[in-house]
Ligand binder design. Structure first.
Ligand SMILES: NC(=O)C1=CN([C@@H]2O[C@H](COP(=O)(O)OP(=O)(O)OC[C@H]3O[C@@H](n4cnc5c(N)ncnc54)[C@H](OP(=O)(O)O)[C@@H]3O)[C@@H](O)[C@H]2O)C=CC1
Ligand SMILES: N[C@@H](CC=O)C(=O)O
Length: 817
């Protein structure tokens, strides 16, 4: 008869309803004989530990706790077996327990034997409940108390099975029990000297593997409350994916580093026999779960990631170690003698330092042990320091497919660099199955997410903050809403809007604001705009990348770019203030970019969605020299002069341009020529010339009297522009010319912006609507300039220019667009 082993954890046996579900799961699989190992009902082991500790400490409350525990089991039993069921077996367990607790309270001390005995009673009770329930359902089930058969001895590596006495006892038991379903108490066992004891933490899984081995089972199913093993802790990486297969080695590596898989010790009996282990969900029993066996698939090369925290780096450093045999032995000997467990080791081939990662609580002991062991070298100066760095976490990247595959480490380290995670120490064994990386504890979640995304286990998540959902911002958010799902699906990119602010309020959201529903979200916001809090929120430590998209025209906001960039927050903007403003601020932004290794993109500041800055960059990057830049750089002014034929007053056209979203928030920025002067300054600086805004010669269309008045007053008095412009138009026409607003910049530093009278056949005379035209004359393009032309204003094209910049940033961060 073939056996299959099943092990059910405490959450699967938490109450009568769940025990019924366990019986259903077993009933659906009774084509093989079943050895069923059970944990205590959820929380019972902890409750028993508290109970016996309190009793021994003389806490009179233990009787109340005992009654509560009994009540919980009686309730489950009567629900499962009926009001009139015989509960003598349960009464007897609780009567013995009460006697033992009473004795402990009289003695006033807690013996190891008493603790072990009491801690294991939860399994005795749950096995009793399940066996009786199965029998009540007509199943032929026998209860095997592991304390009667399983004999273990204590070793440095934990408790190991004493094979011969265990098999002899089991054979004797099986000789008188012939059931197709054997329910076994997990966790409990007997020491070689006959004492009742337990297998220690995670003991029930270990019991599962031991009894699977003893019954020669073909597989061990570990039933829990999740569908299987995930690629990372879902509390840290909500997008963690379920793994369908893992090798024993992968499972061991993940388990060691704290993943909720199974304890490595648990695997030992299964590995020895090559028995598959399947992690499955009792409450979703149809799901196949995660299968752990000798071989796994090589794809994906990285299966899972885990982090382990509360660590410290202990470093021993000095020239005296170089080439001296036995130094490592002395280091690890000293740590061993001090009882310090080493989580990770790293030593460079220069042998100048040996770095160990240890539990934070043991760091002081480790430093003292090394100082003692190397006291002579420290005194002589051949070792100059033993140091400890607290607040360390280790990220483990695990996968069999990493072995022999070039580029995996590069991808890991690239993704960490892009997420601005500094690496403190690295270790990779020759098995190439695990790359362990020590990082600052505060960076651990970000590191985990960045690497998880880099291997396409989850999307590349960018935490996005939006400042200024005005004309352009509104459309940008619409475009984002329309493309978001496709970007997630096709490019594994999650542009997650987590903050939106206008000039008055801000809305910060942990899991993300729906870009299609932001107006309602922002309308409900009451928190005043506080830019530091805004940036702190966007730069979430658990998300790999942060980006602020500034869609305002505010100089104040631009004043924050340097700080944001230095903190590793990428910035994308159509706002011209930073690129054309104060020179020292501009330089600070450039320096901050380098410092934070962050990206600053502002293509939409010139020509809206047109590729103006990127064209200029391409010319320069390929070694060309710019001689001059000339053109029409204002969509608003292009549109106004294309339309202005005298039939409609100029002021009416300005109002229309404003309604169409072409103008700056204050149209005087366009009419004064300052908007174009800013664009010219941006281009000059991009070309490497240190032009300042005040160096640009600007002709303004705004009469002196309207320059300083509030915006609303200016708009009310727009008609005051009309007469001068009508006169100007008439004069140009008399001379057979047209009016255009033209900008000119050359390598000699001449920069001019203003109205030009051009012959009717001039290239600039044949533009339509908001068309910008930019002519680059360079060493290569000297006879015939390189021309970029197209619509240069309007929310749609500008938002698209901003969006394209956002995607360029995402691509630089590793998104596969
Ligand atoms: N329109 C176009 O064709 C083009 C525009 N641009 C640039 O795009 C940017 C946006 O233009 P547009 O959408 O037309 O402007 P809008 O005036 O329509 O929107 C500006 C937004 O910025 C917000 N804002 C202003 N000041 C601040 C502040 N100090 N702090 C926070 N938020 C602030 C506003 O909030 P509130 O509503 O509370 O005032 C509003 O949400 C400008 O820099 C412009 O130069 C670039 C190329 C083309
Ligand atoms: N107001 C600007 C908008 C783009 O920068 C223009 O009209 O060009």
């Amino acid at each position: 008869m073939g056996w299959v082993a099943h092990k059910f954890g405490g959450s699967s046996l938490a109450d009568a309803g769940r025990i019924r579900q366990v019986a259903t799961v077993l009933g659906a699989r009774d084509d093989a004989a079943q050895v069923v190992v059970v944990s205590a009902m959820a929380g019972v082991t902890d409750a028993l530990t508290r109970l016996v500790t309190d009793a021994a400490a003389g806490d009179a409350d233990w009787r109340v706790q005992l009654a509560g525990l009994r009540g919980r089991h009686v309730e489950a039993a009567t629900t499962l077996l009926g009001e009139h069921a015989d509960l003598g077996w349960l009464d007897s367990v609780f009567a013995d327990l009460a006697d033992l607790l009473h004795a402990q309270s009289l003695l006033g001390s807690l013996s190891r034997e008493a603790l072990d005995f009491v801690q294991g009673l939860g399994e005795v009770l749950s096995a009793g409940l399940l066996t009786r329930y199965l029998r009540s359902q007509g199943r032929e089930a026998a209860r095997l108390d592991a304390r009667d058969v399983l004999v273990v001895s204590e070793t440095e590596l934990g408790r190991v099975v004493e094979d011969t006495p265990t098999r002899d006892r089991l054979a004797a038991w099986r000789a008188v029990h012939d059931a197709r379903c054997v329910v076994v108490t997990g966790f409990v066992c007997r020491a070689a000297d006959g004492r009742i004891t337990t297998l220690g933490r995670n003991g029930s899984d270990y019991s599962g593997a031991i009894f699977a081995d003893l019954f020669d089972a073909t597989a061990l199913h570990i039933w829990t409350d999740v569908d299987g093993v995930l690629s990372a802790d879902p509390r840290l990486v909500p997008e963690a994916v379920l793994l369908d297969r893992l090798s024993y080695d992968e499972a061991c590596e993940l388990a060691y580093f704290g993943a909720r898989v199974i304890h490595p010790q648990t695997l030992a009996p299964a590995i020895r026999r090559g028995m598959p282990i399947v992690i499955r969900n009792t409450f979703n029993a149809g799901h196949p779960g995660t299968r752990i066996e000798a071989e796994s698939s090589a794809q994906p090369p990285v299966k899972g990631l885990t982090t382990i925290g509360d660590l410290a780096i202990v470093n021993l450093e000095g020239a005296g170690m170089i080439g001296v045999p036995g130094t490592a032995e002395r280091v690890f000997g000293a740590l061993h003698d001090a009882g310090v467990s080493v989580v990770m080791i790293s030593q460079g081939s220069s042998e100048h330092s040996i770095c160990s990662v240890v539990r934070a609580a043991q760091a002081g002991r480790a430093v003292a042990a090394l100082q003692h062991a190397f006291a002579a070298e420290l005194a002589a100066g051949s070792i100059h320091a033993v140091t400890s760095t607290p607040d360390i976490a280790v990220l483990a990247v695990v996968g069999d497919g990493m072995a022999g595959t070039p580029g995996i480490a590069a991808q890991v380290f690239n993704s960490l660099a892009r997420a601005q995670v500094n690496i403190r120490a690295i270790a990779q064994g020759a098995s190439e199955r695990n790359i362990s990386i020590a990082v600052a504890a505060g960076d651990a979640s970000r590191a985990l997410r960045a690497v998880h995304a880099a291997f396409f286990l989850s999307p590349q998540t960018v935490s996005v903050g939006i400042v200024g959902p005005g004309n352009v911002g509104r459309v940008f958010l619409q475009q984002l809403a329309a493309r978001g799902e496709e970007l997630r699906r096709r490019a594994n990119l999650d542009l997650r809007v987590r903050a939106i602010a206008n000039s008055r309020v801000q809305c910060l959201h942990e899991s993300g604001i729906d870009p299609a529903a932001w107006p309602e979200t922002l309308a409900a916001a009451t928190a005043p705009l506080e830019l530091d809090a805004f940036a702190d929120h966007v730069r979430a430590p658990h998300l790999p990348h942060a980006l602020i998209v500034d869609l305002s025209a505010s100089s104040e906001i631009a004043g924050h770019y340097a700080g944001w960039l230095a903190r590793g927050i990428h910035v994308v903007t159509p706002n011209k203030q930073a690129g054309s403003g104060d020179w020292s601020r501009y330089q600070a932004i450039r320096a901050a970019q380098a410092e934070g290794r962050s990206l600053f993109r502002y293509e939409a500041t010139v020509g809206a969605g047109l590729p103006v800055i990127s064209t200029l960059r391409d010319l320069l990057d390929t070694g060309d020299d710019i001689l001059s830049i000339e053109g029409i750089l204002s969509g608003t002014l292009a549109w106004l002069f294309n339309r202005f034929d005298g039939s409609v007053p100029f002021s009416a056209l300005v109002r229309e341009a404003r309604e169409l979203g072409y103008t700056e928030p204050d149209p005087r920025d366009d009419l004064s020529g300052m908007d174009v002067a800013r664009k010219l300054t941006i281009l000059a600086r991009e070309a490497g010339w240190s032009l300042r805004l005040e160096d640009v010669e600007v002709e303004s269309l705004v009469p002196e009297a309207l320059r300083g008045v509030p915006r609303e007053d200016f708009l009310a008095r727009l008609h005051e522009l009309d007469e001068a412009l009508a006169t100007r138009l008439a004069g140009a026409r008399d001379r057979g010319c047209i009016l255009r607003h033209v900008a000119h910049l050359d390598a000699e530093g001449r920069a001019r912006v203003g109205i030009a009278e051009l012959p009717a056949d001039h290239a600039f005379a044949h533009l339509a609507l908001t068309d910008n035209i930019i002519q680059f004359r360079s060493r290569r393009y000297c006879d015939n300039p390189l021309i970029v032309r197209g619509p240069g204003a309007g929310p749609d094209v500008t938002a698209a220019g901003v969006f394209a910049d956002v995607l360029r940033v995402a691509a630089a961060l590793g998104a596969q667009l």
